[in-house]
Ligand binder design. Structure first.
Ligand code: TXA
Ligand code: MG
Length: 316
């Protein structure tokens, strides 16, 4: 494991050159995307990918997403399809991950796919992520850059708080705009399936496809292994659908109400998504139980509620 201090890099060209050089040398580099900060490793180097699991303390080899700069680059690794083209045209670059069958000659480490014959691919919209991926000119495996099971990072400071000294570098380019991990759609099955709600509302995808997505629980759980129920966990307990804080609790609000921090006073779901992990990090630092106001369950609210349920779930 990396034992030196973690280097903080900027989004300037010479720093991104340095970040790309580190990645190609098999080192771990955290970088911003529009969803959350990712912990990057060259997806073709098994040792580098193994180091990601070690740095995060990830308990098992759950498959990772390969990040790429362009559709052309993605097509080198997965078997492309008409549906993939339709969704890519509509939503890439952006907070959408597609799971597709691997090509024969892919060169991706089996640690990335956890031995599956499919690969999750994503083209991030963040300009700094794009520049870095273009410099690497290869697939970068990147889970969220947080210790396993903890709150996802939406700033470089969040990454540093969790992983400092365990990774070579962090590219700091401010806060992530979307704030929720990408929506994952499986296209390796006859029907497109929503494998994880995320920063792109399912309704938008369904409008482009012209039909509803299959829901994950209606499908074999093996197609998305390792989605642990307890995740995004603050130090203290989380209580959902609270109308007000009890004694000793901190209140995370939504809409106009009395609270310690508000996801969106205006009741705006995109604003709430962007604030979710940052507000949880802030309240977590105070080491008190957290009560959370109800959040609507449509649009981005589906993914917000998914993350909140995991933050509140019983822990092993
Ligand atoms: O927004 C995001 O997606 C962020 C940024 C950094 O891009 N990344 C991210 O990665 O959230 P991670 O490792 O935290 O979540 C990846 C998810 C896991 O739930 C995993 O089970 C699923 O993707 N996954 C990866 N490969 C898969 C595959 N071949 N089939 C099904 N699910 C897969
Ligand atoms: Mg994660």
């Amino acid at each position: 494991m990396h034992k030196k201090n973690t280097q903080i890099l900027s989004s300037e060209e010479h720093d991104l050159d340095q970040a790309a050089t580190l990645l190609l040398a098999g080192q771990l580099v955290a970088f911003p995307t529009e969803t959350v900060y990712g912990l990057g490793a060259d997806a073709r180097q098994g040792q580098a990918v193994a180091a990601v699991y070690e740095a995060k303390g990830r308990p098992s080899f759950n498959p990772l997403i390969a990040h790429l700069p362009s559709i052309d680059a993605a097509q080198r690794y997965v078997q492309w399809s008409a549906q993939a083209q339709t969704l890519a045209d509509a939503f890439w670059p952006g907070p959408l991950t597609l799971v597709l069958p691997l090509r024969q000659d892919h060169g991706i480490s089996p640690l990335v796919t956890a031995g599956l014959d499919t690969l999750a691919v994503r083209i991030p919209a963040h300009p700094t992520a794009h520049k870095l991926l273009a410099l690497v000119d290869g697939p970068v495996a990147a889970p969220s850059a947080n210790p396993s099971g903890r709150i996802s990072p939406t700033t470089a400071a969040h990454v540093s708080a969790g992983l400092n000294g365990r990774i070579a570098a962090i590219v700091d380019d401010g806060a992530c705009g979307v704030g929720l991990e990408s929506t994952i759609v499986g296209l390796a099955t006859p029907q497109p399936i929503l494998l994880r709600p995320g920063g792109l509302a399912a309704e938008e995808i369904e409008a482009v496809l012209g039909h509803p997505l299959m829901q994950r629980d209606a499908h074999d759980a093996l197609t998305a292994p390792g989605q642990l129920l307890s995740h995004y966990a603050p130090n203290e307990q989380v209580r959902l659908n609270a109308t007000q804080a009890k004694a000793g609790e901190l209140m995370l609000g939504f809409g106009a109400m009395a609270c310690d921090l508000n996801l969106s006073e205006a009741g705006d779901l995109a604003e709430a998504a962007a604030n979710l992990f940052g507000h949880l990090h802030q309240l977590d630092a105070l080491n008190k139980p957290i009560a959370v106001a109800p959040v609507p369950t449509h649009g981005l609210g589906v993914a917000i509620n998914d993350r909140l349920h995991r933050a509140a779930a019983p822990r092993d």
